[in-house]
Design a protein around this ligand. Structure first.
Ligand code: ADP
Ligand code: NA
Length: 333
């Protein structure tokens, strides 16, 4: 079992990114390795180019994402952690796979349609071809499992189709068909000011998004001022139906504490948010504070981050080289 997963280098990671993605990766690192498997995590800086980003910002985001992952618990000694650019085989295999993937397949990708919007003619070729690079990212390591959310399922399906067609066209069994790894535990975190909107770096209000870089007092303040209703917590999770703000805060508490929402509601049953919010603020500071401190320490030690990425890329290149060579040979190159 080899899990391969990438994340685009965006800055300003927030609590939603942490609980919905990064923390799941950390849990997978433990579970997959306990089962004798391997975990590979990469910063998808090549994917970061598909929509224009200022060069300095892309560089800074890659560094920040690396610091965040390590601070949150991805251990570069146990997982292979690297950025795509330092493993040129990603780009090389993507070109080979471009000749296997069909235009009709890419035309069906809904994420391209969503991201390009009405301006399809003005979208970059990279944005259109993104799923082929993603297929290369996984097939290059014979990844067996890819953690995917709803939005990436179609891309993984495409990677499977590309693997099958390559094997068929070139009479080989080189590529493994990767399976989706659905993380049942991944919660969806909503804005602290508008529970109908996902917590996102594009939320309009600063107060609605807890950033991983926030100080303890800012974290506590955002939770204390989070929007809620005047009622006390009921004695069951089901009874929170129709109270989206309350559900969101309970979901966050449970995810941070590694407990079930049912369990958290039972503990606070009958108490109002005057009691629940300070408890949540304390918990968030206790869990996020140490991550932030480690992030800040790493961000001030650029040499350490470079060393982590260099070492990770070296391990990834060793795994990628024979697969790329086999693919080239199979194609007559
Ligand atoms: P944003 O919405 O802030 O732009 P991204 O789209 O860059 O975040 O998402 C990066 C990762 O974080 C993805 O795996 C995504 O599923 C996860 N994620 C983003 N926002 C949330 C959220 N509010 N709750 C749970 N997971 C989230
Ligand atoms: Na997004």
């Amino acid at each position: 079992m080899r899990v391969v997963s990438g994340i685009k280098p965006t800055g300003n990671l927030h609590l939603g990114n942490y609980l919905g993605a990064v923390k799941q990766w950390v849990a997978m690192q433990e579970e997959i390795q306990a089962a004798g498997g391997e975990t590979m995590y990469f910063i998808a800086d090549l994917h970061g180019l598909t929509e224009f980003i200022a060069p300095a910002e892309l560089t800074a985001n890659t560094i920040e994402m690396t610091a965040t992952l390590v601070a949150a618990g991805i251990d570069p000694e146990r997982s292979i952690l690297f950025n795509q650019t330092r493993v040129p085989a990603h780009s090389e295999l993507a070109w080979l796979l471009n000749n296997v993937a069909r235009v009709g397949w890419l035309n069906r990708m809904t994420q391209f349609k969503d991201k390009a919007g009405k301006n399809r003619e003005g979208a970059s070729v990279g944005l259109y071809d993104y799923p082929v690079l993603m297929a290369a990212d996984v097939l290059l390591y014979n990844g067996t499992h890819v953690p995917v959310g709803e939005d990436q399922k179609q891309h993984l399906e495409l990677a499977r189709d590309i693997a099958a067609k390559f094997n068929l066209d070139y009479g080989t069994e080189l590529f493994t068909q990767p399976e989706p790894l659905i993380s049942a535990a991944a919660p969806r975190i909503m804005s602290l000011r508008d529970a109908s909107a996902k917590m996102s770096k594009s939320n309009p209000s600063e107060q609605s998004v807890v950033k991983l870089i926030d100080s303890d007092s800012v974290i506590a303040d955002k939770f204390r001022k989070a929007k809620t209703d005047p009622d006390a917590l009921p004695d069951s999770w089901e009874a929170l139906e129709g109270r989206p703000e309350a559900r969101n805060l309970v979901t966050i508490f449970a995810a941070l504490a590694d407990r079930t929402p049912e369990d958290v509601v039972a503990e606070f049953a009958g108490q109002g948010f005057g009691q629940f919010k300070p408890a949540l603020a304390d918990l968030a500071v206790a869990k996020l504070g140490p991550i932030r401190d480690e992030m800040v320490r790493l961000l001030n030690d650029r040499a350490a981050i470079d060393a982590i990425l260099a070492r990770g890329a070296e391990k990834a290149r060793d795994l990628a080289a024979p697969v790329l060579a086999d693919a080239q040979r199979a194609m007559g190159l």
